[in-house]
Structures are given as structure tokens and as C-alpha cells.
Design a protein around this ligand. Structure first.
Ligand code: 5GP
Length: 113
């Protein structure tokens, strides 16, 4: 069964895609928690970080490179941005396809909720 995010990447479910490369697709979150909120999703449908293998190191690195590339072009990220990875139910993960939240455009509190 394809994941929700695979369906978005395949164009079966609409989303505003703002970035893509060989490894990663990024699109706007349907329920934004900041003025700028996108999800960085690897094309490979790995469930979560806990299930990543050593061989996934390039893909994991490319998630950060994608965030860097987006930040270079996104004005609201100029003053700072936050990356969040929810791993597992207790951390709030709802979609079983590894993804990183990228948030910007407002002051961020610490510790996160
Ligand atoms: P998680 O809670 O798994 O870390 O994050 C999943 C994210 O996916 C949530 O922030 C949620 O708003 C977002 N989301 C859920 N369904 C959709 C959808 O159909 N389209 C988009 N663009 N985002 C979604």
C-alpha cells in the first residue's frame, strides 16, 4: 500500500510542492503550525528514523541538504528555521513515512511541546 506521502508525490493527492530533487520532495503541510511549514519527505518510503539502516545515510543527509536549499530561497527562513522529526506515536508521528517538518516565520519556543 502506498503511503499518503507517496500518493502526494505521485500526484494522486494534491499538495503544494515547493521543492524536489533526486532524493527528496518538499510540500506545504495541510495544517501549518507556522507561517512557513513544509514537510521534507524522502522518495523512499521508509517508515521512521528508527527503521533507517546504515545504507540510508545518503538519503538522511539529503533531507538536511534539501532543508538548506529551501532555506536559501525562502525569505521567512532568513531569520532562522526549525527542523522537527517525530519518530513514533509518543512523539506525535501520524504518517508512517519518514519526514522532517521545516518551520519558519515566527518565534519558536523552547522546549517544544
Ligand atoms: P507527523 O505528525 O506524522 O509528524 O506529521 C504529519 C504531518 O502531515 C502533519 O503535520 C499533517 O498536518 C500533515 N498532513 C496530513 N495529511 C496531509 C495531507 O493530505 N496533505 C498535506 N500536505 N499534509 C498532510
Amino acid at each position: 500500500m502506498p503511503t499518503l506521502f507517496q500518493k502526494i508525490m505521485a500526484g494522486e493527492i494534491l499538495a503544494e510542492i515547493i521543492y524536489e530533487d533526486e532524493w527528496v520532495v518538499a510540500f506545504k503541510d495541510i495544517s501549518p503550525q507556522a507561517p512557513f511549514h513544509v514537510l521534507l519527505v524522502p522518495r523512499e518510503p521508509i517508515v521512521d528514523l528508527s527503521q533507517a539502516a546504515d545504507k540510508d545515510s545518503a538519503m538522511l543527509g539529503r533531507l538536511f541538504i534539501a532543508a538548506r536549499n529551501i532555506a536559501r530561497k525562502e525569505p521567512s527562513a532568513a531569520g532562522g528555521f526549525r527542523l522537527v522529526l517525530n519518530n513514533g506515536k509518543a512523539a506525535g508521528q501520524e504518517v508512517p513515512h519518514l519526514h522532517v517538518h521545516m518551520l519558519a516565520g515566527r518565534e519558536m519556543g523552547w522546549p517544544p511541546g
